[in-house]
Design a protein around this ligand. Structure first.
Ligand code: NAP
Length: 264
């Protein structure tokens, strides 16, 4: 969490919006999450973002909207104004799936009716898969642990596979999304044989901390590529919208994230 890009990104947004607000990162142990959320509310915080492993734990504390409840994970917490000094409800949202869809749309890709392959079945894959099936994508999900892919596909609508099926699935897909953590570190083994990518395909890697081999391979094959930065930006922008009711300046946020990544 010390390496989180969110403070840089969100503070850039607050400045550009003329808000006198500061976004700070805190390390919170899972068993102290309730204390942390209630403490933030008591101190008049405008809202919170949560990351792994707190997203699921938060459901014990907040009132989730339908989306966060269906995902079983919360990445945005908002404090409702109370009628008395006791405060209002503590609300939980999940902006990851919508963030991914907005990133794709920003790159010119509408998912309705498209054959989309999601690789991964963890938290991010779950959020993305649910959002994209809601938006009418025809979804395949492939994961190292095939059982998790089948469970996720059964929950959101779609078909589940193992990684050995990628040989058939990748060429058929119009949109391929890497929603695993593979590629975060240089030297990670390749998840997909680069020869399987093709022109006319969109390949979206939600990893944002470096340019991944997967995207290099896809670009070399003539596919359109999208890294994880705009998903990060949009999920953060949607959080700001929840807290303030105002649109966040996504261009400013993207610039702040890319500059911070260049300086690392
Ligand atoms: P997670 O819940 O821990 O899920 C990890 C996923 O990666 C699982 O599907 C896991 O497969 C797979 N995986 C891990 N190591 C693997 C390997 N060596 N080979 C094949 N598959 C492997 O994590 P998460 O929260 O979903 O996050 C996944 C990635 O998305 C991270 O890199 C994170 O930084 C990124 N992310 C980006 C954004 C964004 O805004 N751009 C937002 C959220 C997350 P098994 O089920 O088989 O273990």
């Amino acid at each position: 969490m010390e390496h989180s890009l969110s403070p840089t990104m969100q503070n850039a947004a607050f400045s550009a919006m003329g808000l006198s607000a500061r976004y700070l990162a805190f390390r919170v142990r899972r068993e102290r999450l309730r204390d942390a959320i209630l403490g933030a509310e008591a101190m008049g915080f405008g809202g919170l973002n949560l990351t792994i492993p707190l997203k699921e734990e938060a459901l014990k504390v907040v009132v989730p909207d339908d989306n966060a409840a269906a995902m079983g994970a919360v990445n945005t917490v908002a404090f409702e104004e109370g009628e008395d000094e006791g405060g209002g409800r503590i609300l939980g949202y999940n902006t990851d799936g919508q963030g991914a869809q907005l990133a794709l749309e920003g790159a010119g890709v509408q998912v309705e009716g498209r054959r989309v392959l999601v690789i991964g079945a963890g938290g991010a894959a779950k959020a993305i898969s649910r959002q994209l099936t809601l938006s009418g994508a025809k979804l395949s999900i492939a994961n190292r642990d095939r059982g998790r892919a089948m469970d996720l596909a059964a929950a959101v609508g779609g078909s589940g596979f193992g990684l050995s099926d990628l040989t058939n699935l990748v060429p058929q897909a119009e949109v391929v999304i890497n929603a695993t953590s593979v590629g975060m570190r240089g030297g990670d083994p390749r998840l997909v044989d680069g020869q399987l990518f093709r022109e006319g395909q969109m390949v979206f890697d939600i990893v944002y901390n470096r340019e991944t081999e997967l995207l290099q391979d896809a670009a070399n094959a003539g596919a359109q590529v999208l890294d994880g930065v705009m998903m990060l930006v949009w999920q953060g922008a949607l959080s700001i919208e929840i807290w303030t009711g105002r649109k966040a300046p996504v261009d400013v946020m993207e610039q702040a994230v890319r500059e911070e990544l260049r300086n690392r």
